[in-house]
Design a protein around this ligand. Structure first.
Ligand code: SF4
Length: 460
């Protein structure tokens, strides 16, 4: 650890020559989240091989995603794209009857300029199923940004105020003309509405157990959200009104945030992300501040979580961790680990939207100051080759990296943690801070054990 940057956060940019997952991988968690959806990835065998291998055992569980594999004839425009997609969508409709089909554009559809956005509305009208197009290709995006492209496309399908009001008016006038008569008394009806929905929509795909936890934390502060993008079902997409507040739960959703601001005229709450007890607390506090609510009980809540982590903290305290960067969660996880007592010399990150991550960047700086550790160097679009040279120089205690570099580094006596696990593990909210440290300390604990056996480096 001989070269660490002592000033404020420094940002640099390298060549973008790094390993990561292709953004089409987002279908794996989005099809599970949106239970009535079907994802059709329109690409080549390269995309198919990637999905088949990266998703592991999931592919044996009849997933609700499929490949539309382009052939020579498609690429040379000898086959009619529209007719081919119509055939596939009809088959999907007959076999699975989803509420929405999401077309995932790939590198090939970009390069041959297949007009998916033009085809989708015609096809939608013909087969009667909504078709959403997301260009989650490897030319423009990285791994988790795939979700960003899908959510950004779903925004235009979220109902507006008019539709909602229309529905309520219709229901009230036809089915329940005198609903108030059935209420037992006025106080009781007020009780059930003691927490009215605030004009706040959260965005980011999390497992339902996690969305419930976060909603519950907000409800403790008297904040009841009006919706969540995405929802469990496509048919229940949240109503978004002009002027609503929106707040993200994941650091890679900059495009979704931009679309909500520009297209739906929403107001973005720029808060740190609810990762780690410090981040979760800051996230809740920021939302409370917007609605002029004095947060209560957060001190005790946060302290209880830190107390519950006491078995893990001595294992990480004073240890250094190097992020090679591949999933855009890096800043939030690094900030939490610094708060746990770790030192972070460098954070690689594929893409940094400074405005969207503004509050997270600020919290990272504050955390470094509070913990009195040097601020990390942030490298956007890192170069894995250069990073490996710096790792050799620093010899950090832990490197968070993809599978391509993990085993070679382990063989050279450098501890690693596979970064993809952070994407699929439950890391949000107060109660899941333990899971992050469980992941981070696993290889440190293993190393202690292996060193007892006398094995240090396995490569000459
Ligand atoms: S990078 Fe492009 S070609 Fe490769 S799997 Fe992703 S979309 Fe397909």
């Amino acid at each position: 650890m001989n070269q660490i940057n002592n000033s404020t956060l420094t940002f640099q940019c390298e060549t973008g020559n790094y390993h990561t997952f292709c953004p089409i991988s987002c279908v794996a968690w989005l099809y599970q989240k949106i239970e009535d959806s079907f994802f059709l990835v329109i690409g080549t065998k390269t995309c198919g091989y990637f999905l088949q291998n990266s998703m592991g055992v999931m592919i044996f569980a009849e997933p609700r995603y499929a490949m539309a594999e382009l052939e020579e004839g498609d690429i040379s425009a000898q086959i009619n794209d529209y007719e081919e997609l119509k055939r596939l969508c009809t088959q999907i409709k007959n076999d699975r009857n989803p509420s929405v089909i999401v077309f995932i554009g790939t590198c090939t559809t970009e390069i041959i300029k297949m007009d998916l956005e033009g085809i989708a509305p015609k096809l939608e009208a013909e087969i009667g199923i909504p078709i959403v197009v997301a260009r989650a290709n490897g030319l423009d995006y990285t791994f988790t940004q795939g979700e960003d492209t899908v959510l950004a496309s779903l925004i235009q399908r979220c109902p507006s105020k008019d539709r909602e009001t229309e529905k309520i008016n219709k229901n009230n006038s036809s089915l329940f003309p005198s609903l108030s008569i059935f209420s037992k008394n006025k106080n009781e009806s007020n009780l059930s509405q003691d927490k009215p929905n605030l004009p706040l929509v959260l965005f980011g795909s999390l497992p339902n157990s996690l969305t419930n936890q976060l909603e519950h934390e907000l409800e403790k502060q008297n904040i009841k959200i009006s919706g969540w993008l995405p929802t469990k079902n496509y048919k229940e997409l949240p109503v978004i009104h002009e002027g609503d507040y929106v707040c993200g739960v994941n650091p890679y959703l900059a495009r979704t945030a931009t679309n909500l601001i520009r297209r739906r005229k929403c107001k973005l709450i720029s808060a740190p992300f609810p990762i780690g007890p410090d981040g979760t607390r800051a996230w809740i506090e920021k939302i409370c501040s917007i609605f002029n609510i004095e947060p209560t009980g957060l001190d005790e809540r946060e302290k209880a979580v830190w107390d519950s982590l006491e078995n893990y903290l001595p294992l990480v305290k004073g240890k250094s961790v190097f992020f090679m960067g591949d999933n855009l969660l890096e800043l939030s996880i690094a900030r939490f680990l610094i708060r746990c007592g770790m030192i972070v010399p460098e954070i690689g990150i594929p893409y940094l939207h400074k405005r969207y991550q503004e509050a997270e960047i600020k919290l990272l700086e504050d955390t470094c100051r509070k913990m009195q550790v040097p601020t990390p160097l942030i490298i956007e679009k890192p170069d894995n080759y250069e990073e490996l040279k710096r790792i050799e120089q620093y010899r950090p205690d832990l490197v968070i990296t993809g599978m391509a570099n993990a085993n070679p580094l382990e063989a050279r006596g450098i501890n690693t943690k596979w970064s993809v696990e952070f994407t699929f593990a439950q890391i949000h909210g107060f109660s899941n801070a333990r899971d992050i440290l469980e992941l981070v300390t696993r290889s440190l604990r293993r190393k202690n054990y292996i060193q007892q056996l006398g094995w240090k480096e396995l490569v000459e």
